[in-house]
Design a protein around this ligand. Structure first.
Ligand SMILES: Cc1cc2nc3c(=O)[nH]c(=O)nc-3n(C[C@H](O)[C@H](O)[C@H](O)COP(=O)(O)OP(=O)(O)OC[C@H]3O[C@@H](n4cnc5c(N)ncnc54)[C@H](O)[C@@H]3O)c2cc1C
Length: 480
């Protein structure tokens, strides 16, 4: 992917697009891939980097959502399990099956979770990964020896899928480009353009050069996650609020906390939430929380209370409590929940597609797992609004592949994956920031040097990048 070449396409004043997608997270990229696969002339703009927002801060699960089963949201679970099956088939380089153990501390829990997970198997149907099964106490500890043995009665083994969210975003951007689409990071939408009262594109700024452009498009899809309402207000200053942002924090731990290959799912914490301990890229991911927040932010910070909660809950279930030196990184993300509720954990995770009076299509809510379906629904609607020739979605059978070359890591990220800043490489192309914030700070100067060579930048740029990166990464260190 070559940003300069893509910029040339939006600088062309005569260019008229079928679709403009705002937002380069899971939802926007999903819509862009869907539109390009149907042959619509599509451009996607992202104000920062691909997956800079919520889409790099998930629990990295492609799952039906056992929690939603408990809430009785069978349509969402069924749809998610179907999407899980499609993604395991279409993106095997990035999505793989993962075994989970659910510990049970009473016969009642064993029966309750066991029946629930059998239902999960049933809803997955032929797209199921492997049937769930009851485990004796001994078998449970064989799968997850890190669990506290005291009071353990047995467990259930079930399967879901795991992926790498930021790498999936790169895969989607590359797939979109391969299909003829134009993915652009560091392009911000400042205003929507209207003609005869209808939305017909956007005024955008290239945040690298501060140059402004007008993008003329027959339909516009707003896929901006927790920023959805800000774009909707550009269309209609009086529109009612749609999104309740809810923060979720994670802790990344050394592998010694969970050395095996099996993840642990605690279906009910002290306050009725779900807790995961998941092996992830040679580390362990512990999460997550669900706390309402007032404001949308691109760089949310975990609250001390969230980290304390995660450590306390983990300690209730592990034989050995997590030690401060086990913590390699902490991070938080904001869920774009649609609607309101007494508790954010009770707000449904279904996605919605809306169309404003002037034709702005908004797609939001949902999950990473359902991005393909969200994209399909949004493009169906946008094509209808814009009066585009009807063409069916092809993404159900579309292979999602990464472009891979022999270039070393950092060089490939710049040349083929549109990494523009040190943070893009260390946070979302390599994952170093999330895997070990301190180690990533040490790698910063050398990485910036290689990037500067590739991008033709000077030493001042290098120094600014290192300073900005270190400032950011400090927020991912726990206790300092
Ligand atoms: C803690 C947590 C754990 C989760 N775990 C899972 C999980 O395990 N599995 C799962 O399926 N789902 C999970 N989810 C849900 C999933 O991560 C989100 O549903 C999904 O990432 C939302 O993607 P999005 O594209 O809608 O939003 P985002 O990823 O936030 O993307 C929106 C983008 O719009 C851009 N934007 C905003 N304004 C503008 C503008 N003016 N111009 C240009 N661009 C703009 C932003 O910069 C941003 O990058 C989790 C969510 C959280 C918070």
């Amino acid at each position: 992917m070559n940003r300069e070449a893509f910029m040339g396409r939006i600088a062309d004043r005569a260019a008229r697009w079928d679709l403009l997608v705002i937002g380069g997270g899971a939802t926007g990229l999903g819509a862009a891939v869907d539109a390009a696969s149907r042959g619509y002339r599509t451009v996607l703009v992202e104000q920062s980097d691909f997956a800079k927002g919520t889409s790099s801060r998930s629990t990295k699960l492609i799952h039906g959502g056992v929690r939603y089963l408990r809430q009785g949201n069978l349509p969402l679970v069924t749809e998610s399990l179907r999407e899980r099956g499609i993604l395991l088939r279409n993106a095997p380089h990035c999505v793989h099956a993962l075994p989970f153990v659910v510990p049970a501390r009473s016969i009642r829990e064993l029966a309750y979770y066991g029946i629930g997970l059998k239902m999960y198997d049933l809803l997955a149907g032929s797209l199921g990964i492997a049937p769930s099964r009851f485990l004796s106490r001994g078998e449970t500890l064989e799968h997850a020896p890190e669990l506290a043995a005291r009071g353990l009665r047995g467990g259930i083994l079930y399967h879901d899928a795991q992926f790498d969210d930021s790498r999936m975003a790169v895969t989607l951007a590359q797939t979109f480009a391969r299909l003829g689409g134009t993915p652009l990071n560091y392009i911000r939408v400042d205003a929507l353009l209207k003609r005869h009262g209808r939305v017909r594109g956007a005024a955008v700024t290239d945040t690298e050069t501060n140059r402004e452009y007008e993008v003329d498009s027959r339909a516009v899809i707003n896929a901006t996650g927790v920023f959805t309402d800000a774009i909707r207000r550009m269309d209609d200053g009086d529109c009612a609020r749609m999104i309740t942002p809810s923060q979720g924090a994670h802790i990344v731990l050394t592998r010694s906390v969970l050395p095996g290959r099996t993840a642990i799912m605690i279906p009910e914490t002290g306050d009725g939430r779900v807790l995961f301990l998941i092996p992830w890229r040679g580390r362990v991911l512990l999460g997550t929380t669900d706390s309402p927040v007032g404001e949308a932010a691109l760089e949310p910070r975990p609250l001390e209370a969230e980290i304390d909660y995660l450590l306390t809950e983990a300690a209730r279930h592990l034989a050995t409590p997590v030690k401060p030196r086990d913590i390699l990184s902490v991070f938080a993300g904001l869920r774009p929940l649609v609607g309101a509720g007494k508790r954010t954990s009770q707000i449904p995770r279904d996605h919605v597609v809306t169309t404003s009076a002037s034709g702005l299509v908004t797609v939001t809510g949902g999950k990473w797992t359902t991005f393909r379906r969200m994209g399909e629904d949004a493009v169906d609607r946008a094509a209808e609004v814009a009066g585009l020739e009807t063409r069916l979605s092809l993404t159900e059978a579309l292979p999602l592949r990464e472009e891979s070359s022999e270039s070393p890591d950092v060089v490939r990220a710049v040349r083929e994956e549109m990494a523009r800043t040190l943070e893009d490489v260390l946070a979302r192309r390599t994952g170093a920031l999330f895997l070990d914030a301190r180690a990533s700070m040490e790698a910063a100067p050398e990485t910036a040097r290689t990037m500067a060579r590739e991008l033709g930048r000077d030493q001042r740029w290098e120094e600014q990048q290192v300073a900005a990166y270190r400032e950011l990464a400090r927020g991912y260190l726990w206790g300092g």
